[in-house]
Ligand binder design. Structure first.
Ligand code: LLP
Length: 435
């Protein structure tokens, strides 16, 4: 088991089967059926610890990652985050409910979103959410109102847009002035909302937040973001005598999906951001705020794998070959949405020559339901097990029931045992809300 594929938790066994986190994927497919999501518990925890150690080394004990649970949300995930002593970023009352159901400590939860409803605000306050990350003036005033009714002083951060282009897919770039998120520094809105937040009696402004985008491989955009945010913090200190206690730099570190993608070092990235922040704070005599980050993808992506069963193999002579699987855009809409690259393998023929060029199609009645185009795998037959690597982030969490396809289960692999964390949906679940 020495040949690793893309990541060290993916190897090929002597029996020619693909192994994930030390487990034979062909046996797992037999046991749980397909499609199935696998999650490598040790990898998730290792990534969390890497973030935590690097952040605490650079920014002090209070600095921890806040897992962006939009990337993967079910009860077991929040239990893992709670056990590891980190925080979480949630974006809906549904994620909040899931976290509460798992016993996640709400004081370590941060509520995001550009359009929190009145219900969201009340529900989060009832559950004593740690912080709201406030996206607009309207929301600020509503939170003040509901906090007053609840008789509490609500902690908040303000989400700002620093106005940077992080060179990623346009649909996942969020830090520019033209964004539905946050208040722009450039237009003066950030300053006005800070002033307003400071004058609300039921709100405690603790600091600022920015998130520049997702799947970012370069470090420069983070340094630029830190620079802009620290300059803003200084300006607010001078103007209003307000010292921000917290600076949250968001998530977004890139992840390797295919061999040709770079692999970034979380520790090195954080060290670089840390060195810059310490220098800037020293130069400007600013007390270093507590630094938070909100990684999602870089914690769970390479801890995930999806297994499918091959169905129809269609060879269109002189044109191309289609290999259809028993899942698709309903469990992984990322190719359809962003043309995301993935590594695809035949799990039961992992040592065979990959010389069959094909497009992997999902099972939905939709031509765009593809998982990957023009990949090379060994010539497949009906019944083979097809593995798609690095599916831990934004796959299960973006799954749908289009065509009334049931969602796959999630099996957590740990220390040579498995735990079913989410069972497979049943047909009854599909009609559970139908009256
Ligand atoms: N913080 C905020 C405010 C965010 O909006 C996001 C992601 C994160 C943190 C986490 O970013 P990450 O570390 O995971 O890159 N569905 C898309 C990704 C959307 C990202 C949304 N926001 C995809 O599948 O690529």
């Amino acid at each position: 088991m020495d040949r690793k594929i893309v990541h060290s938790n993916v190897t090929v066994g002597e029996n020619g089967h693909l192994f994930f986190a030390g487990a034979d994927t062909v046996l797992l497919a037999e046991k749980y059926g397909t499609p199935v999501f696998l999650l490598d518990n040790a990898r998730v925890r290792a990534r969390i610890r890497e973030y935590k150690e690097a952040m605490q080394m650079n920014f002090g004990e209070s600095s921890v990652p806040l897992f962006a649970s939009k990337s993967l949300s079910f009860k077991e995930i929040y239990r893992i985050m709670a056990e590891e002593g980190i925080g979480t970023d949630i974006v809906s009352s549904g994620e909040l409910f899931t976290a509460v159901s798992a016993g996640f400590p709400m004081e370590r939860a941060f509520f995001h979103g550009n359009n929190k409803t009145d219900f969201d605000i009340q529900y989060a306050i009832e559950n004593r959410i740690g912080y709201f990350i406030v996206d607009s003036m309207e929301e600020l005033l509503l939170i003040d109102e509901y906090a007053e009714k609840a008789g509490i002083r609500q902690k908040i951060l303000l989400r700002l847009t620093p106005g940077i282009d992080p060179h990623t897919h346009q649909k996942i770039s969020t830090g520019g002035v033209d964004s539905k998120f946050g208040s722009a520094i450039e237009t003066g809105l950030a300053e006005r909302i800070t002033k307003a937040a400071l004058s609300q009696t039921n709100i405690e402004l603790c600091g600022f937040h920015c998130h520049i985008g997702s799947q970012i491989f370069e470090i420069e955009p983070y340094i630029t973001a830190a620079e802009i945010m620290l300059s803003f913090i200084l300006k607010m200190k001078e103007k209003f005598g307000f010292t921000a206690k917290i600076l949250n730099l968001g998530g977004g570190f890139g992840v390797r999906y295919i061999e040709s993608d770079p692999e970034i070092s979380i520790t090195k990235n954080i060290n670089a951001i840390g060195a810059y922040i310490r220098k800037k704070c020293a130069e400007t005599a600013l007390d270093m705020p507590i630094i938070y980050m909100e990684p999602g993808r870089s914690i769970v992506a390479d801890a995930g794998m999806t297994l499918y069963t091959v169905g129809t193999v269609k060879e269109i002579e002189g044109f191309k070959n289609y290999v259809s699987i028993d899942g698709g855009m309903t469990d992984n809409p990322r190719y359809t949405l962003y043309q995301s690259a993935y590594t695809v393998l035949l799990a039961n023929k992992a040592n065979e020559k990959a010389d069959f060029s094909c497009t992997i199609g999902g099972r939905c009645c939709e031509s765009g339901d593809l998982i990957q185009e023009n990949v090379l795998i060994p010539k497949p037959e009906r019944g083979d097990i097809l593995a798609v690597l690095v599916t831990g982030a934004y796959n299960y969490s973006m799954a749908s029931n289009y065509n009334r396809v049931t969602k796959p289960p999630v099996v957590v692999l740990r220390n040579n045992t498995e735990k079913l964390a989410v069972r497979r949906e049943r047909f009854e679940d599909l009609v559970a809300c139908d009256i």
